[in-house]
Design a binder for this molecule. Sequence first.
Ligand code: IPM
Ligand code: MG
Length: 362
Amino acid sequence: MNQTKKIAVIPGDGIGPEIVAEAVKVLKAVESQCGYSFEFSYLTAGGIAVDQLGTPLPEETLEESKQADAVLLGAVGGPKWDRHPVHLRPEQALLGLRKGLGLFSNLRPVVLFEGMEKSSSLKPEVIAGVDLLVVRELTGGIYFGEKKRSKTEQGEVASDLLIYHEYEIERIVRQAFEIARKRKKRVTSVDKANILESSRLWRSIVDRIAEDYPDVEYEHMLVDNCAMQIVRRPADFDVIVTENMFGDILSDEAAILTGSIGMLPSASLADGSFGLYEPVHGSAPDIAGKGIANPAATILSAAMMLRYSFDALEAADQVENAVKNVLRTYRTVDIAEPEHQQVGTEEFGDLVVDRLQSCKKP
Ligand code: IPM
Ligand code: MG
């Protein structure tokens, strides 16, 4: 990677600016330690954009993001905007970025960090060894299908269309199999094929694509059963691939297995190397501005950016190792146990930077 990589930074609302600042700090350390060159441009989206510019996703934010090599996002939303009409809600920024940037594939890894067993609501023997990845389709299905609402003689009626094209299923399923190849070589495709036609199409495409991956074991699982198995035997899963709304629900369920949603990063990928990276957690308005938010998920999202968008594998490993290393001794208040030294947001970022080892440029 010789040329400068452009990173669009969207801090957003609540704790967004604080946690993003720590991830940028770590990326700057990666520049000097590992010889990369990044250019950061700051853009506005979410509730702050509604307040300042009258729209959750200003045109300029979308256009500038398209010019970048990757996007780093903090979080958007908060109770302040909850009563706004739908087009003025911060979540619209996320949906607009996903669609506008073609981010069809959402990767949400769930790993149990050392010493986090106690934070889980599941028994230690159930949670031990959890290392799964939810691959969620992100630009299709019921989220983006036609929405209707009308009045009839019997009262109001509303509908949301769950629609999938073959190509939309193919590309996400193929990606799940590709990723599984580099992991434990197991794919669980989740659907509701006993009821939904879109799921029956999904299932037939999975069967076809699986033929190209004889080295990868795969199974179909109905979504209700999957929701149960995730809490019953979570360590058995490797890659879970599923459509947009099932993925939304299952990824929250899977995220809490590890005890804190504050630890989990995500990547939303387009064709090629472009991607948007953000923590799985939200904007936590109740603790915004207090300097106590946990920046781990955002820093780990930056590591995913290094890995997936910049192919900087060693740098990504370094950042992840530095975070793990810091967590052994220091923790933010949300996950601190009596044996840990409690630190604030900035201090946590500084500690990660301190532990970052220099790495070779490929
Ligand atoms: C997520 C969130 C979003 C979604 C909301 C905020 C639009 O829940 O990223 O999982 O439903 O996709
Ligand atoms: Mg969600």
